[in-house]
Design a protein around this ligand. Sequence first.
Ligand SMILES: Nc1ncnc2c1ncn2[C@@H]1O[C@H](COP(=O)(O)OP(=O)(O)OP(=O)(O)O)[C@@H](O)[C@H]1O
Ligand code: SF4
Ligand SMILES: [Mg+2]
Length: 371
Amino acid sequence: MLPMLRPRGRTMMLDAPAPALVQVRDLKMYFPIHTGVLRRHTGDVKAVDGVSFDIMAGETLGLVGESGCGKSTVGRALIRLYEPTAGSVRIAGDDILSLAPEALRRKRPEMQMVFQDPQASLNPRMTLAQIIGEPLIEHSGLNPTDRLARIYELMDQTGLNRRFANRYPHEFSGGQRQRIGIARALALNPKFIVCDEPIAALDVSIQAQVVNLLEDLQDRLGLTYLFISHDLSMVRHIADRVAVMYLGRIAELSPRDALYARPLHPYAEALLSAVPEPDPDREGSRQRIILQGDVPSPANPPTGCAFCTRCPKVMEICTTTRPILAEVEPGRQVACHLYPSEARSNQPNSRHAAPSGSTGGGSSQHQQHGV
Ligand SMILES: Nc1ncnc2c1ncn2[C@@H]1O[C@H](COP(=O)(O)OP(=O)(O)OP(=O)(O)O)[C@@H](O)[C@H]1O
Ligand code: SF4
Ligand SMILES: [Mg+2]
């Protein structure tokens, strides 16, 4: 248990019937590379290269992986802060990527983002009340009195003293600024929030407070989170399931406890071998796996499995054939040739696994690709 983190009273019932609030299918986000005097399009940075997953209503999906693997790009593309290259995203039934501008504007309140750097994401010339009130002016139509009441309500919910309503961001600590960012994200009663490294810029002593706040709000307001983080210990605390990304693709997507106890994908195994074990006996026997070599460029990913240049278990097929992300155990999806393709293709789709084509989503014809 990390210092000052409260034990979670809530357990996500993975077997309970719950609709997927978020359905992502074969999402791709390529950033074009232009070179030469004529700025010709000579290639693409494949930041996200065929990612599929579901997030159940009320669930927290953790998204982890090394720096540059595409976590933030997934978070931004799926709420259309970027225009994705391909794929489909459904949030609460709406096909986000095909919404016309006005329909997207009306949908915005339901899907919000909390950013890593609260300092950079808050306008230094606006007071706290103006920052939290801005989305209310844009979307709610509340009169000034009701708007102020809502601002106070949000400040109460996020632990901000009402007396600070007319202060500016620089007058607050990092943790308080992140509370302002969370209050702003909550202003329009969202269903789904992308939390992109929301604690990475905070002191360790403050991190637990912000995570506790996010958990309390989730319990009280029924929020659904995509929680992006480098901090594998924090993800272990907050997430119900975890997707491990490598070079723009999902390597493994599993329930949290199963993943941390026994990662199946060789990359997930290496990544999690660095996480200290709370149990002293298991910590004593923990073997750290050090990967050799650098992460390849997303502008020129390897043929076949993206992890083949660094995988300790690489086989011949890995260098030629891209493994598909598929269910290898109930609720566990892995993209790796170590797992027989029959075992993968014959498994029924789990309710909590992103399906390979049968449970709807905007583009059931898309095949789901793995590492
Ligand atoms: N606007 C952009 N234009 C071009 N390339 C980009 C852009 N944004 C991200 N990239 C590239 O896409 C890849 C994925 O970046 P992204 O920021 O999504 O990674 P990340 O997993 O969030 O990393 P970190 O953990 O450092 O935040 C990187 O190679 C990055 O350089
Ligand atoms: S497909 Fe091959 S290279 Fe990729 S993770 Fe599995 S064993 Fe390693
Ligand atoms: Mg990032």
